[in-house]
Design a protein around this ligand. Sequence first.
Ligand SMILES: *C/C=C(C)/C=C/C=C(C)/C=C/C1=C(C)CCCC1(C)C
Length: 245
Amino acid sequence: MENFITSISLATKMLSNDYVGFTFFVGCMAMMAASAFFFFSMNDFDTKWKTSILVSGLITFIAAVHYWYMRDYWATVGESPTFFRYVDWVLTVPLMCVEFYLILKVAGAKKSLMWKLIAASIVMLVTGYFGEAVYNTGTGPAVWGLISGLAYFYIVYEIWFGSAKQLAEQAGGAVLTAHKTLCWFVLVGWAIYPLGYMAGTPGWYEGLGNLGLNMDVIYNIGDAINKIGFGLVVYGAALAAKKTA
Ligand SMILES: *C/C=C(C)/C=C/C=C(C)/C=C/C1=C(C)CCCC1(C)C
């Protein structure tokens, strides 16, 4: 009985230098707050933008639920919640690809563009998981990290220079502005993740941990910037489109 009671205790003490625990906690709140914001504001917009903002809210909401579990896993088990992390990404990153498609739909984007981006994002994440959690010794992290990186570059290429770029230019206005900003998120914001991966691979950049920047802290910073920031760009585009309409 006593064991049962301690195992359902809702809060564990957090040490003041526990940056991982702290960023999981704050990240969880931020994702919840962002979800509430997106869900409550979506009805201010017409159908086209409403769906995009709904997807922004789903991305932060799915992350909030995962952060709730990851925060708890870290507090009770004291290890990186790698599995929850990748389940979160496998759900939310494809939704970000959907977001690109939804924005470009006005310019006639085809579903094939969306599926190409989704497929590349899944290759990127599954191979990343292999390098981080399955084949994580010897040359494993380098080989799987490289394949993951190639899939990442394919996404960057497609949105910056491929058909997605052409569609954004045809659409112009708020769509073009939003597309450009989201392209920067993918090029710079998403590049935070390979840094986290390198900080988490034994013998690579573990030294970053001495600066308080270990793998989980880097991933948590990346998620806050990319998931909430990405959603706000979409929200901003919806507002801009409403003003010019
Ligand atoms: C909300 C979560 C997002 C936007 C996650 C994005 C994750 C990546 C862009 C991960 C990329 C990786 C590489 C490019 C190589 C090393 C392995 C990964 C999976 C960390």
